[in-house]
Design a protein around this ligand. Sequence first.
Ligand code: NAD
Length: 492
Amino acid sequence: MTTHSIPTFDGRALINGQRVAARSGAVFDCISPVDGRVLTQVARGAEADIDAAVQAARAAFEDRRWAGKPPAARKRILIKFAELIQVHGDELALTETLDMGKPVKYAKGVDVHSAANCIRWYGEAVDKVYDEIAPTADTALALITREPVGVVGVIVPWNYPMIMAAWKIAPALAAGNSVVLKPSEKSPLTALRLAELALEAGIPSGVFNVVPGFGPEAGSPLALHMDVDCIAFTGSTRVGKQIHVMAGQSNLKRAWTELGGKSPNIVFADCPDLDRAVEAAVGSIFFNQGESCNAPSRLFVEASIKDAFLEKALVKVPAYQPANPLDKNTVMGALVDTTQLHTVMRYIESGKAEGAKLLAGGEAVQPVAGGCYVQPTIFDGVHNTMTIAREEIFGPVLSVLSFTDAADVVRQANSSVYGLQAAVWTRDLNKAHGVARALRAGTVHVNQYDEDDITVPFGGFKQSGVGRDKSLHAFDKYTETKTTWIRIDSPI
Ligand code: NAD
């Protein structure tokens, strides 16, 4: 495949501190989208395995081997965990690339770095967060405290396997919970290594368990489990809706969902830096092969500058031709698997069939034989009613639309079931504020698209999900609020 030597992988689950096969003995092939090779066989977890992991997590929570540690002690261990992720960064990055196809330079520079940073940040935060005393009358003291919810089930997708896991396990563990993580069946390998590194860092057995497997077989039993207190999910809106139903059907566990997006990127004719806007529009949709929930997949350009904008955009496209993701210079790698490849190709065909104009790309290619690659693709002449403007493609496909004024573009931008992210480019401060306020999205960028930081909340309006990852707000998901009234009979 390349000069990289391919490591051997252990695909067994990690339950109660031990690597174990699925109770049924079943396995599934873990196939690399880079070239189609089988990397290893992975335990095909199901209800019995989820149940064992939940029991281990419950036992760990009840005896307080983790929750009972002082915050400063949890902090030290989480920081050690983050350090180990960095120490093993090359191995984790190579694993991520082989498992889901992203360029190895981003797997290392973005995914490993962000996952470690997230775990370190919540570790550092946890002994600096104070509880409250309510401003009641002198006759009583009302303490408002935060307690861990207990056993947290986590289900994540395949596009940023380590980062999506870290955004949930870091605040959940920092707050003192026990965790059962089910990674995507398309990218299970780094989650299993993370759990090993957590053990090595000193997180006690049973506190962080990983059960790989398919959604209906392993994910549903976790979401339905009567002894799971909270389910934190990132994935599609379709499955996210089922997660809320399963939470309600079972024990009314707290359900948090980070779901899909179809983010509008709005460029007004008075954009202060057209070259920067072009770079951001193209770079952000093609980053991670377009497999990003917050990818700006609907580009709205004011009619008077659209031709000039697209001329500049097309110059950028050749730089994003897919190539072997194990090559350190590659910026666009492989889609996660053949299913996703066919999904993306179906959307490209629907764009053509519904009358959009294909400006660039549109073909599946094979820079590495046996792999899953699609050219960076741009459609012009897209209308908001077309399938490629309404549905999340999750591939390197940009839909370009135009508009006449602020009211027109806000109406079009908000005409979506999603509300994850948006951007507006203008030098007019009033327009920037007015449009940003009118856009129904969890995050709005002004004159850039790439700012990101663990300190800010991430999540969506509408069908982009419920709740927020990142920042101190994430603690709200993994803690219960308790009020304790203490009567005071003053001797004075
Ligand atoms: P998916 O919904 O198909 O799968 C996500 C996870 O859910 C996987 O682990 C899968 O095994 C599991 N799952 C599937 N069916 C299940 C079921 N019936 N019960 C329980 N679990 C089940 O999504 P995907 O294709 O893995 O990921 C892509 C989606 O994730 C996109 O829609 C993307 O926008 C979204 N995403 C959102 C964010 C965000 O923060 N908003 C971030 C990354 C990805």
